[in-house]
Design a protein around this ligand. Structure first.
Ligand code: G4P
Length: 189
């Protein structure tokens, strides 16, 4: 999506070797007009696939996911992070390792909000190592729901997340695919 690519070129900042900072338009300050346009693109791409709910992972996935759910006329479910294991019969839980942040956390889903009748679209901001999305898929499987596809704003194609998700049999639709980046240049695929 040209609009998102151009905004990344204008306002994105490369930090270190492989982190793209998007704090001024996606995950600290949010540009709602940009999010709405991204959501329209997701909604149009995944139209007619029998999707019943949009699912995201807190926290930065929430903005694109809210707009996407609104655009598709669906409810949004936010998978929540908990610092340690809380045993609870009403929740599905799975452990996620975040390589980028060097943290582990439990991702949780209430049994009340997803059922075996759901066909879900997963929306997130970044696809990097794919751990968050893989964990989301594990939780949705526990609930016997099915996954229609994965939509991300930004895929860092030089990291293994996209291949991991596609190898597991799921479609990945990324609005901006970064093939390579450095402090001076961001190259899209
Ligand atoms: P994954 O998201 O594909 O699973 O990969 P990874 O485990 O490496 O990423 C962990 C966290 O780091 C995720 O946020 C992800 O969105 C974020 N992240 C990965 N690459 C980048 C990047 O280049 N720039 C920025 N700004 N964030 C990146 P999270 O732990 O789910 O937390 P939250 O930020 O959504 O709250």
């Amino acid at each position: 999506m040209k609009l998102l690519e151009n905004r990344i070129l204008k306002d994105g900042r490369v930090a270190g070797k492989d982190i793209l900072r998007v704090d001024t338009f996606i995950n600290h300050q949010v540009d709602p007009e940009l999010m709405q346009k991204c959501a329209k693109d997701f909604a149009s791409h995944f139209k007619g696939k029998g999707i019943t709910k949009v699912v995201t992972i807190e926290s930065s996935g929430i903005s694109p996911a809210v707009f996407t759910a609104l655009e598709m006329g669906l409810q949004l479910v936010i998978l929540k992070k908990q610092p340690s294991k809380v045993l609870n019969d009403d929740l599905y839980q799975t452990m996620i390792t975040s390589f980028t942040k060097g943290t582990n956390y439990e991702l949780t889903l209430s049994k009340e909000v997803i059922s075996e009748n759901d066909h879900v679209l997963i929306i997130d901001d970044f696809l990097a190592n794919g751990e968050a999305v893989t964990g989301a898929v594990r939780l949705l499987r526990m609930a016997h729901a099915t996954v229609a596809g994965v939509g991300v704003l930004i895929e860092k194609a030089f990291q293994p997340g996209c291949d991991k998700i596609m190898d597991a049999g799921f479609e990945v639709y990324a609005l901006a695919r970064i093939g390579d980046m450095s402090k001076d240049e961001i190259k899209f695929i």
